[in-house]
Design a protein around this ligand. Structure first.
Ligand code: LMR
Length: 328
């Protein structure tokens, strides 16, 4: 029967996962929500698993659960503290319940280019911000860069006015809500795995995300086109539980952190190319990408940038200024 077959297949998959871990190895489960490959986070997770499984064989093993198959980004935070997973990398927009300082990353037009964003993410200034998570029992281990975000909707968007009255899916971020409201549009917070269905059924009219999320989740199939606004950064905080990390044997912990740091550095160098490939794939799939001229782009900046004032107190003026300096 079909259900019998499904059971056998599920058992096979579980078997394959547990096979990767030998007796006595520290099991490191990494749960995330995006595609398992062809995406900066999916690829970074795979590379990390490969490096850990090769270099720490006998001591530790990593299993990756992509595509929200294990947890969405809300649930994974609890799962980390319960010890059900050891590694997660939610987008920085999703840490609002834990610290308001990371709202920095949601400020629209903070970084003029992905390059500027990446050089900030690689800096000690950016690393220092992750310390805010420690009070909550988490430990931020680094960043995975992803890309700049683009808008799409069920009608062409060339100017912010075109979005007036539409409803956009946003991540669980009040900065994103304020930004959408500045466009006289309305925002609805939804989990990532629900976005395609919400666009398809008209629960929301539009969304904002990176080229690789738009491509791998096929959002372009259920939208009129994508407008290249590059209005906001999408990046991830790689986090674990402080208690789990402290409980590792010292040599295991050190090797794990070393491999993690090296892998993230390597992975983050690929991001611009990966995003370019996803953009091309969207065009090849026949979807329309709308580019903005300077005055159109300025209209988006003028509409959205005033929301900075609402969040400066949460983030700190100095933190904002420092991040901005990477783009000048
Ligand atoms: C989203 O919810 O749109 C993103 O955070 C998903 C992701 O992890 O890229």
């Amino acid at each position: 029967t079909i259900s019998g077959l499904a059971l056998v297949m599920a058992a096979g998959a579980a078997q394959a996962q547990s096979d990767a871990c030998g007796d006595g190895e520290t099991v490191i489960k990494f749960s995330h929500v995006v595609a398992d490959s062809g995406h900066p986070k999916g690829d970074a997770a795979q590379l990390l698993a490969k490096n850990i499984n090769e270099q720490m064989d006998g001591k530790a093993c990593m299993q990756v659960f992509p595509n929200s198959t294990l947890y969405d980004d809300d649930k994974v935070m609890e799962a980390l503290l319960l010890g059900d997973v050891q590694l997660a990398a939610p987008s920085l927009s999703k840490f609002e319940a834990y610290t308001l300082q990371l709202r920095l990353y949601d400020l629209p037009f903070l970084f003029p280019t992905l390059e500027a964003a990446n050089s900030y993410l690689a800096s000690e200034d950016a690393t220092a911000l992750l310390a805010a998570l420690e009070d909550e029992g988490y430990k931020g281990l680094g960043y995975i860069a992803s890309g700049l975000k683009q808008f799409s909707a069920n009608k062409p968007l060339m100017l912010p006015e075109d979005a007036a009255g539409l409803k956009f899916r946003v991540q669980t971020s009040d900065v994103a809500v304020a930004m959408i409201e500045a466009m006289n549009a309305s925002a609805q917070k939804l989990a990532f795995k629900e976005v395609y269905g919400a666009l398809q059924t008209g629960v929301v009219d539009g969304q904002e995300n990176t080229w690789c999320n738009i491509y791998t989740q096929k959002f372009f199939e259920v939208q009129d086109g994508i407008t290249e606004t590059n209005h906001q950064l999408l990046a991830y905080g790689v986090i674990t539980s402080q208690e789990w990390l402290d409980g590792l044997e010292e040599d295991v912990r050190e090797q794990f952190l070393q491999i993690l740091g090296d892998t993230l550095e390597q992975a983050n160098q690929q991001v611009a190319d990966q995003e370019g490939d996803c953009r091309n794939s969207i065009t090849e799939a026949g979807a329309e990408i709308r580019e903005l001229d300077d005055s159109q782009r300025q209209a988006w900046v003028d509409t959205m940038k005033p929301v900075w004032d609402q969040f400066e107190g949460d983030i700190g003026a100095e933190v904002i200024e420092t991040a901005e300096s990477y783009g000048s």
